[in-house]
Design a protein around this ligand. Sequence first.
Ligand SMILES: C=C(O[C@@H]1C=C(C(=O)O)C=C[C@H]1O)C(=O)O
Length: 393
Amino acid sequence: METFTTSSLTILPTEIFEWALQKGYATALWRLPDSKTIHCLIDFSEKIEPQPLQVDEFNERKGFIFSPFENESLQKIFFLNADFYSNSAQTLTAESIFLLKDFNSKYKEFSDTPRSPVQLILPNTDLEKTQHLHLVEKAVGAIKGKTFQKVVLSRKMKVGISDALQISYVFQNLCALYSSAFVSVVYVPNCNIWIGASPEILVSVDKNNIFRTMALAGTQKYPEEANLSEITWTQKEIEEQALVSRYIINAFKKIRLREFEEDGPRTIRAGNLAHLRTDFWVNLNEVHFPHLWQVMLGLLHPTSAVCGMPKDESLAFIRNFEGYDREFYSGFLGQVNIEQETHIFVNLRCMQILPSLQEAYVYAGGGITANSNPEKEWNETALKMETILKAIG
Ligand SMILES: C=C(O[C@@H]1C=C(C(=O)O)C=C[C@H]1O)C(=O)O
């Protein structure tokens, strides 16, 4: 077996990720929005048990957080410790290389040699469509009957793939296609592989001590020939996004934090889609709030961009009628205290890859309000699914 030294072999984060995957270690590979640096982390533990969000501990621990949508009081957080961490902007230290015990050039082949392109095998969705249209009608009825104001309804679609997927290749495609998205792939034993390109920050704190979150909602197909300023929005979409902003402002109010800044809503592009987005931020150099991201995570998840308004009533509707387990879709994920930055995103525009690497579930949803049109809502989920499907075939 070939051994390696730092001088004869450069190891890329994608190759390390493939190695960890082969070994069955919990691992994450990611790229932050508008950055070229690719990060890779491995947790060598035998088992990753879900644990409660520990406010103090999570101020120190370096790792990658991964949460399902259903996570009452944030009791079920999967936290991958950064036993190994590297990024494409640094050279590996001897200490880190030591951790990659039997890494050899075999793993390089995984990312170096693109396999022949795979074909997507899409299912017939006639039945799912009928069910989704009924579900949306039911929700509109509940909204008109004042049970709640907004609910986000989603679906999953099983796709076949003609040949085993090369995960790092799909990851690289996503990075190339969506420069402003958070591109990530995570593997936790027993939870399959999740890959996606999320447009939505849930909570983040950067090196300059700026806390950020955002209200993202309202969706339309991005018209290739138009520019962002020409895109117009209907009253329905403006109100839907305003509900998400109000939800965030309410969270700040609950903790009596008045010193937040707000910018928007403005139109942004997320791949083939346009959304409305309001940015919120707090300068933590001026406001003393040492656990702000943890506290806000607890208050925000699930936001009204993925659940609804009010939260309890819309969540009950999802649980009763959506008819499937979202698992990690519309949960959250991202780096914690890596290079002194925490960036946690909503798990959207994502897919769960099954162990055969030839089957996957793609997920998407959309916000339903009193004026929603079921057919349009179905089309919106199909458009959102295209984001991830484009990176495969
Ligand atoms: C729920 C999804 O997206 C969310 C819902 C949106 C909407 O309802 O318009 C827009 C962006 C996201 O906040 C999804 O991508 O599955």
